[in-house]
Design a protein around this ligand. Structure first.
Ligand code: MG
Length: 369
């Protein structure tokens, strides 16, 4: 396999509903879509889901564009490779920048699977035909509206409800939701909004039998989370803190969490995501988080979530919860809270290039010298 041409498209899409977390708020996205073409004319696609602002993991659309253009794409152009391990070794000197790396790496998986006529899910070792969807709700200040939304999503079949919390908007929100839905699988995501001083306050969540509290403490912490987990009954789930399989091993060894959320973008691609899954297998359950991905990233999430350790419903839902139109065909849709793992070659969905180009606000073509 040899990639001779890479096209980068900054594709702007509006969200149907603006989304608010304790760390950031989003109305429109500017994901970078990557089209990689081999010298034989095979085309693979990847998606970099960096945000406009650096409030989640530090990267932005601008930094990802720069790192892809100047440091990730040039070393892979015109080089021959047979496995994704070989492919990522071309840019191994580049530290951090996982969102940018995940974008180009996804195209490599798509190409490799297409060249063999198999699915990315099967290359990864997936065993599930369908994955179960949970719904993730942003910070909703109007309690009545929150209950209305949850009612609607449960009627649509979603299997788990996640609500974002922040100081001043936590225990009373959980109490309200539990009053209306005493048995629904419920979890909360704090996006690093608390400190160890909040332990007594976070303990007040224990009676509500939450599935987990996601990333309560600092975005880069593993040590303090172990102290917190020892002090509360609610299982801690780590998101932002887990960037590598080594981080996952440390967190499990230190008992910093009882669940891990794996996001392809946060960990630099499907290869590291699979390694994290393997470290967790038989020790802590994992689930697949997302970044409001377009159809390409969403298909990659489905492939990952088909691995056996993904025993909890994740954040993957149909595109129609977020966007008016998908960028792939067939569009990714859920049915009664489940989504089929694609069976076609590669990522299993065909990218509609006209839709990508129609929403492109910046493009760049890079070729092997
Ligand atoms: Mg999270």
């Amino acid at each position: 396999m040899q990639i001779d041409r890479v096209d980068m498209f900054q594709v702007r899409k509006h969200l149907i509903n603006p989304f608010r977390a304790s760390s950031h708020a989003t109305q429109a996205l500017n994901h970078i879509v990557i089209r990689a073409e081999t010298k034989d004319g095979l085309v693979g696609w990847g998606e970099c889901s960096a945000l406009d602002d650096p409030y989640y993991m530090g990267e932005t659309v601008e930094t990802a564009w720069h790192i892809l253009k100047d440091f990730l794409v040039p070393p892979v152009l015109g080089r021959s490779w047979e496995s994704v391990e070989q492919f990522v070794a071309f840019y191994e000197p580049v530290k951090a920048n996982p969102f940018a790396k995940a974008g180009i790496e996804m195209a490599a998986w798509d190409l490799l699977a297409r060249s063999r006529g198999v699915t990315v899910a099967s290359l990864l070792g997936g065993t599930r035909d369908e994955i179960l969807s949970g719904v993730s709700l942003g910070i909703e200040r109007d309690g009545g509206r929150l209950i209305e939304l949850i009612t609607q999503y449960l009627e649509e079949g979603y299997r788990r409800v996640k609500v974002k919390i922040a100081p001043g908007h936590d225990v009373q929100v959980v109490e309200l939701v539990r009053k209306h839905f005493p048995d629904v699988p419920l979890m909360v995501d704090a996006n690093s909004a608390y400190t160890l001083e909040d332990i007594p306050h976070l303990r007040a969540l224990d009676p509500f039998k939450l599935m987990m509290i996601e990333q309560p403490l600092a975005w880069d912490d593993i040590v303090d989370h172990a102290r917190l987990q020892a002090a509360i009954e609610t299982p801690v789930c780590l998101d932002e803190s887990i960037r590598t399989a080594r981080d996952a091993r440390h967190a499990i060894d230190m008992k910093s969490c009882r669940v891990i959320n794996i996001k392809v973008a946060r960990v630099g691609g499907l290869l590291e995501a699979k390694r994290i899954h393997d470290v967790c297998l038989g020790k802590v359950p994992v689930w697949c988080g997302g970044m409001h991905d377009y159809g390409i990233g969403r298909a990659a999430n489905l492939a990952l979530a088909s691995l056996p350790g993904f025993s909890l419903p994740g954040d993957i839902s149909g595109f129609d919860k977020y966007f008016v139109e998908d960028v792939v065909e067939p569009p990714i849709l859920g049915q009664r809270g489940a989504i089929a793992v694609p069976q076609g070659p590669g990522l299993g969905h065909d990218v509609v290039e006209e839709r990508i180009r129609a929403q492109t606000v910046r493009a760049l073509e890079l070729r092997a010298k």
